[in-house]
Design a protein around this ligand. Structure first.
Ligand code: ATP
Ligand code: MN
Length: 300
């Protein structure tokens, strides 16, 4: 029997999506996942509403196939809204976005587990409003190294005049995020992000890298600054991850991060309880003097 959640008919509500999560870790069902997104919507939509998004879909749950979907298809339900966006090749293509809990729940009905968002909102697509650094540890590097890197990079960003917040990805790493005023375009954002990552890797080459090749990452943390490009995505805060135990991509205050041992520390119940506690999402301004200070340091 379908079950209605947030006005959306959920087919196969009892289907187990995660065998190792949910009540008593006895299984998180499709209805359970839909109810999580219904409940977390007021928190999650603060950041994820009205942005082009990609979805990681696992219609049969963790045991089945998965696919990352960038463009919505014809059969998409109404609450998952659609817009046309002109891509870099000049062609327009459909993108999905949500504005309400029904949109998130309708996406779950289609098998969505993860939500990934653009760094711009749909009313001004050429004016990004998030700066994101994705810290990816090389295999073998523990979370302590990621945590230390997150704190160190926070310090370096603060020296430049920006103060990021941290998010456990629910996977291996941490994202540093600065909510921005929409005064700059993609080229300027990308220039700053690339410059910052490059400077960090140049100053501490044994610790960080910006090289894409796996070989050059050995024992280092890859600072992925490419999340800051038009069309790129980063996992949305409060998204569940399609990884064992259904961990959540969870914003975390800096004092709490120092006491956290894994990027998978927050589950759906904890995420709902914690919300945005300890996080300052007030938009900051990436100014021309900041860009100049960075360029100057790079030229030295
Ligand atoms: P982790 O901490 O495990 O690295 P993560 O969310 O940062 O978790 P990454 O593999 O580093 O995962 O990916 C960075 C981002 O790239 C993702 O958050 C997602 O938005 C985007 N991404 C991941 N897979 C794809 C894909 N198949 N196609 C397009 N973008 C993707
Ligand atoms: Mn990552």
């Amino acid at each position: 029997m379908p079950e209605r959640i947030e006005g959306v008919a959920i087919s196969h509500p009892e289907r187990v999506i995660f065998a190792d999560a949910g009540p008593g870790k006895a299984g998180l069902t499709k209805a359970g996942l839909a109810r999580y997104y219904q409940q977390v919507a007021p928190l999650m939509l603060q950041e994820a509403a009205d942005r082009p998004l990609s979805m990681l879909r696992l219609p049969e749950g963790m045991a089945g196939e998965r696919f990352f979907q960038k463009h919505p298809g014809k059969g998409f339900p109404k609450p998952v809204k659609q817009m046309q966006i002109t891509e870099s090749d000049g062609e327009a293509a459909p993108y999905a976005y949500v504005t309400d809990a029904a949109g998130l729940v309708a996406a779950v009905q289609m098998g969505t587990v993860e939500f990934h968002i653009w760094a711009a909102r749909r009313d001004r697509l050429e004016r990004p409003d998030r700066l994101v650094f994705d810290l990816d540890p090389d295999e073998g590097l523990g979370f302590a190294a990621v945590r230390a890197a997150a704190l160190a990079l926070r310090g370096r960003l603060r020296d430049l005049g920006l103060d990021p917040w941290a998010m456990l990805t629910g996977g291996k790493g941490v994202h540093l995020v600065v909510n921005l005023r929409r005064n700059l375009g993609w080229d300027e954002l990308k220039h700053f992000a690339h410059g910052f990552a490059t400077l960090c890797a140049r100053d501490e080459p044994d610790r960080y890298t910006v090289a894409l090749s796996k070989a050059s990452r050995k024992g280092r943390i890859f600072i992925d600054w490419l999340r800051n490009e038009r069309g790129a995505t980063a996992v949305a805060p409060f998204s569940v991850r399609a990884r064992p135990g259904a961990p959540v991509a969870a914003p975390l205050g800096w004092d709490e991060l120092t006491e956290t041992e894994t990027a998978r520390a927050i589950d759906i119940d904890m995420a709902l309880k914690r919300g945005w506690a300890g996080i300052d999402r007030r938009p900051q301004t990436l100014t021309r003097p900041m860009v100049e200070a960075l360029d100057k340091a790079l030229a030295e």
